[in-house]
Design a protein around this ligand. Structure first.
Ligand SMILES: Nc1ncnc2c1ncn2[C@@H]1O[C@H](COP(=O)(O)OP(=O)(O)OP(=O)(O)O)[C@@H](O)[C@H]1O
Ligand SMILES: [Mg+2]
Length: 255
């Protein structure tokens, strides 16, 4: 039996895109895209600007929908699916954006407890206990009462990471989470993410221009171009001896 139809193989996939096409007007951003991610893996998406990396993460967050194809997460169907099913599957996925997107009028603690209380139905006490543990993890235990505007960009981004983790997602999506930061704040955020990659079994899908970081944490690197995965492999292979001209060109430009 070929590997792609073997049920045992399919069960070992946490995320699967099957023939996903996404267009914006005349622009075909994802073109019959197929790829899958196994549980617990750390996968980095690379590729030129406009190659559809953010679109893939936004599809997983159900912030946008495909024109055709199917997207499955943890055995549940995200697309096509009815709204109720989609919400269930979507709960397993957390995302951190380039622009933190914290609620400016809430304290740090409240930013982290809000969704667990509202969406997961945790009591305030449970949610706060969880939030304090996560603030410890991201090195901000003493800033629980602060407002986002009183924090540096790096601190805000670490709060955004804690907020995503508070939902106990199986999948964490990271879209250029350090690109908006002053250079001296980048390392602190990447250290937190390295820590999470090392100490949890969360599956990570990461778009980044920080190639050293990508090399450190990734099990696999996917190179996108023109709406498809044109090459994939271990970071060692992808960064040291890519096979595809487009990958070589792209890495030549960013490294
Ligand atoms: N809401 C939208 N409306 C119209 N076009 C869009 C929209 N969102 C994305 N696009 C287009 O889809 C293509 C892919 O965008 P996407 O943001 O996924 O690329 P990307 O790989 O994340 O690029 P970058 O590295 O610059 O962040 C681009 O051509 C973009 O202009
Ligand atoms: Mg993008």
């Amino acid at each position: 039996m070929p590997a792609d139809t073997d049920p045992a193989t399919q069960n070992d996939e946490l995320i699967r895109f099957t023939n996903v096409t996404k267009r914006f007007g005349e622009n075909t951003v994802l073109d019959d895209l197929c790829f899958s991610v196994r549980p617990g893996r750390h996968v980095t998406l690379i590729g030129p600007s406009g190659s559809g990396k953010t679109t893939i993460l936004r599809l997983l967050m159900t912030l946008t929908r495909p024109d055709s194809g199917t997207i499955d997460v943890n055995g549940g169907r995200l697309f096509p699916a009815d709204e109720r099913q989609r919400r269930e599957v979507r709960k397993k996925i957390g995302m951190v954006f380039q622009q933190f997107n914290l609620f400016p009028n809430m304290t740090v603690l409240r930013n982290i407890t809000e969704a667990p209380v509202r969406v997961l139905g945790l009591s305030r006490d449970e949610a706060e206990e969880r939030a304090r543990g996560l603030l410890e993890l991201v090195g901000l235990a003493d800033r629980a009462g602060a407002r986002p505007s009183q924090l540096s960009g790096g601190q805000q981004q670490r709060v955004a990471i804690a907020r995503a983790l508070a939902m106990r997602p199986q999948v964490l999506l990271l879209d250029e989470v350090t690109s908006a930061l002053d250079p001296e704040l980048v390392a602190g955020v990447l250290d937190v993410l390295r820590d999470i990659a090392r100490t949890t079994d969360i599956t990570m899908l990461c778009v980044t221009h920080e190639m050293n970081f990508a090399r450190d944490i990734s099990d696999e690197v996917l190179m996108f171009d023109a709406g498809k995965v044109i090459e994939s492999g271990s970071p060692e292979k992808m960064f040291s001896e890519p096979e595809h001209d487009r990958t070589r060109e792209f890495l030549g430009a960013v490294l």
